[in-house]
Design a protein around this ligand. Structure first.
Ligand code: ADP
Ligand code: MG
Length: 620
């Protein structure tokens, strides 16, 4: 069979172009990437061999071997791990399967400095080999198979795959170094790179120089070493390896428990938000080990979904080595580890929040929306998460906790007020907030989709009811006016003329509204919509309709501002003969206007346009 030539996925070609053309200052990281892949491959083999010992019979000492061929200017990195078959070579090294890749590649601008920073965050894994090599050969033989395969590419858009020979299972990456990259043939330099970046790898990394083997790294699992023997830099390098990430960890949590439950954990909160955090397919990414043997990185039960941003390793001494993925479901040991992780992480977050508000804010900006899912899903930890939550506010810049909010409540203020919407600046301009602002009452501005859901299960905080500012019941009468909010002129509509207008509007609007009434919350706008007590929140309803979870919309209460010039003019017109005909268009327009401000679609856009045209015509 002759070699077959294929094209890289378009994203890979773009990535390779940048990788090979940019002058990246830290080219040596290619070695870390290739050793990391070799280590992953050995973990996978060890796990597979638990159920099928034939896979590693005769060769159970897993290791990574680096060899230098100065005469041909080649560097090779070999492992005796799981190996890849032909189809795997094509899929794994010809495409980027990780979710979020499309988005990542399209955010690359062509400006090499900016792009390298982005690549630094996202990581290019195997493809980093092309930073130093003009040609890369991969010779791989899958465990349990006799045939080996060779993958070759110069990184310019194509690769070829054909039959090859390899002694034993595993993968060899052969790098034909570019001009000027001879430093990577120097054993001193290689030793230094491996110690810097790969010391934490749990397998020996062995350098072969003139036939003499030399182990370069410590080769013990980092999480099983005592904390006092691990440096910051080692934690950081381990995070890069285990999370396939390139940022700085925001939090490192290394702990060991003995007694009823025997486990070690080394967990990280990333410093940056991963691209696929909200991808529904993304599950927990913690790696589970049993007594230092890798079991799986797909154990969903290990950590609640609302902590899915955690990265790292959990090593249990209580599970059997031959545990299957099925056995991990509903496993009581796993459930107890999950409890312990949850408790430890929440405690750490509390400490960080107390110690350094600014640093905590950066965590919250990245992961707050995920953590808030726990308020809804996890009744047991609800109170703790609410305490950790931070919000934007109508009354101040920055992040506000519920405790901050309660401390700043006004005399006579009975509730914690919130308002939901899609965008912060749109929410800040909501007519419903006018009255709150006039009284100096703070409203928390909620813009994450998850906010609508947790609000349905949180009735109060610190004995104060939590209420939407768009609800009819939000009553501010007991809060004294601030000086600036005293209505100027004071000539508000009152009594009979207000009553007549309200009656006329009700008649004109019929079932389209639940009620029409005088507003206590408006100071500048003429009208707004509010939800009756017991009705669904307006923003939640819109969200559900958008996702086809709801097909009807409920009628709202239309509030009118008796101090507004337009309302006063309409009231005057309502007193005169023929009022009902004259007010029909105006009533509809008022309602449509309130809907538009709310972000609601118009029920009848054509009708709206006709009415607007008629009213404008008359006014001109
Ligand atoms: P990542 O390691 O983040 O998945 P890489 O670009 O580093 O991304 O590697 C892509 C894939 O290629 C890996 O997920 C793995 O399936 C495969 N792979 C790379 N190197 C090896 C290897 N030495 N042995 C077996 N599989 C490998
Ligand atoms: Mg990798």
């Amino acid at each position: 069979m002759t070699d077959q030539t294929m094209h890289f996925q378009a994203e890979v070609t773009r990535l390779l172009h940048i990788v090979t053309h940019a002058l990246y200052s830290q080219k040596e990281i290619f070695l870390r990437e290739l050793i990391s892949n070799a280590s992953d491959a050995c973990d996978k083999l060890r796990f597979a061999a638990q159920t099928n010992p034939d896979l590693w019979a005769g060769d159970t000492e897993l290791k990574v071997t680096i060899a230098v061929d100065k005469a041909n200017r080649c560097l090779s990195i070999a492992d005796n791990g799981i190996g890849m078959g032909r189809d795997e070579l094509i899929a794994n090294l010809g495409t980027i399967a990780r979710s979020g890749t499309g988005e990542f590649v399209s955010s690359l601008s062509g400006d090499s400095a900016r792009d390298m920073a982005l690549i630094g965050q996202f990581g290019v894994g195997f493809y980093s080999a092309f930073m130093v090599a003009g040609k890369v050969e991969v010779i791989s033989r899958k465990a349990g198979e006799a045939q080996a395969w060779r993958w070759v590419s110069d990184g310019s858009g194509q690769f070829s795959v054909g039959e090859a020979e390899r002694e034993g299972r595993g993968t060899t990456i052969l790098l034909h170094l570019r001009e000027g990259e001879d430093e990577f043939l120097d054993p001193m330099r290689l030793r230094q790179i491996v110690r810097t970046y790969s010391d934490h790898i749990a397998l020996p990394v062995v350098l072969h120089e003139d036939g003499k083997p030399e182990t370069l790294n410590a080769a013990s699992a980092l999480w099983s070493r005592p904390k006092s023997e691990v440096t910051e830099q080692q934690y950081k390098d381990f995070y890069h390896h285990v999370a396939h990430a390139f940022d700085e960890p925001w939090l490192t949590l290394h702990a060991r428990a003995e007694g009823k439950l025997d486990y070690s954990l080394l967990l990280f909160v990333p410093g940056m938000r991963p691209h696929d955090l909200f991808d529904p397919a993304r599950k927990s990414a913690l790696k589970l080990y049993v007594r230092r043997v890798f079991i799986t990185d797909r154990c969903e039960e290990l950590v609640p979904a609302w902590l899915r941003f955690l990265r790292g390793v959990v090593d249990s001494a209580d599970l059997p080595l031959n545990v299957s993925r099925e056995m991990l479901q509903n496993n009581p040991v796993v459930a107890r580890i999950r409890q312990a992780i949850t408790r430890r992480v929440l405690t750490e977050l509390e400490k960080k929040a107390e110690k350094d508000a600014a640093a905590y804010a950066s965590f919250w900006e990245n992961f707050g929306a995920v953590l808030k899912e726990g308020i809804y899903e996890d009744a047991e930890h609800r109170a703790q998460i609410l305490k950790l939550a931070r919000f934007r506010s109508s009354a101040r810049e920055g992040w506000v906790s519920l405790d901050d909010y309660v401390a700043a409540m006004k005399e006579g203020q009975a509730a914690i007020y919130v308002i939901n919407g899609d965008q912060l600046d749109q929410l800040k301009r909501s007519p419903q907030l006018e009255g709150f602002r006039a009284k100096g009452v703070e409203v928390l501005l909620l813009t994450d989709p998850v906010d609508d859901f947790w609000l349905s299960v949180v009735q109060d905080y610190a004995d104060k009811p939590v209420k939407s500012a768009t609800r009819a019941g939000a009553d501010l009468d007991a809060v004294p006016d601030t000086v600036e909010s005293k209505p100027e002129g004071g000539d508000k509509l009152e009594g009979a003329s207000l009553g007549t207008l309200i009656a006329a509007l009700k008649q004109a609007l019929g079932d389209a509204v639940k009620d029409v009434r005088e507003s206590k919350r408006l100071t500048d706008s003429a009208v707004c919509l509010v939800a009756a007590d017991g009705d669904m929140d307006m923003h939640l309803e819109r969200l559900l309709r958008m996702h086809q979870k709801l097909d009807k919309s409920s009628a709202r209460i239309l509030e009118i501002n008796p101090g507004h010039a337009l309302i006063k003019a309409l009231a005057a017109r309502a007193q005169q003969p023929g009022a009902m005909d004259a007010l029909a268009d105006a009533a509809q327009l008022l309602l449509d206007q309130a809907r538009l401000v709310e972000g609601e679609p118009l029920a009848d856009p054509a009708g709206f346009a006709q009415r607007l045209a008629r009213v404008m015509e008359k006014a001109l």
